[in-house]
Design a protein around this ligand. Sequence first.
Ligand SMILES: N[C@@H](CCC(=O)N[C@@H](CS)C(=O)NCC(=O)O)C(=O)O
Length: 228
Amino acid sequence: MSLTLYIHPLASFCHKVLIALYENEVPFTAMTIDLADPGSASVLLEKWPVGKIPVLHDSARERTVAETSIIVEYLQQHYPGPVAMLPQDADAALDVRLWDRFFDLYVSVPMQKIVLDRIRPEDGRDPIGVAEARRSLDTAYAMIDAQLARRLWAAGDDFTMADCAAAPGLFFASIVHPFAAGQPNLAGYLERLLARPSIRRTLDEARPYFAMFPYRDAMPERFLNDAA
Ligand SMILES: N[C@@H](CCC(=O)N[C@@H](CS)C(=O)NCC(=O)O)C(=O)O
């Protein structure tokens, strides 16, 4: 087994890559990084000084690969399986990349802003930044609700990298900034994602760490017991 994925089991961007790996049953070893522990963090920083997880190392090809979208594309190129994370058609692939970027930048990033602000010291909080993040989520939710009126998955009829990005972002965002009542397509899409075996497995593995989630008090009971 040549692939090692440096992760934290609670980290949403790590979930995105885990989902892609599980979709195609790609064998890998997960190595947990505790960014709060300098010894553990140094293992990651040696590989990727930016210090963000996940990072993939492939000993067979002597490659270290960072950034989730690049990791998923790397897996698609070198360790493909039955579920195509990107379609062959170039225009369709652009659509997948667009919605992958959309979920990372306009769902996961503002969600993280809201979550991380809660663990800042009281005098270091950023209420203006958090309000902006909530507005960004409102816009994203409305756009996803419109997009999913015509589609089963984020970029069409097939599950792709865009859905790997969507699942953890929407899961945590729905807790810290609930969907509006009149967004049935958005809510239905999250339910479809949560029913997917790769996503159930990822959340099952994260569940023992949910107590560390800064908004655990807002987490619906069903998420604490079961992913769906
Ligand atoms: N653009 C990056 C984002 C990765 C990211 O933000 N990871 C978070 C965990 S979910 C992280 O490493 N946070 C630690 C930090 O920012 O210090 C990617 O797609 O890989």
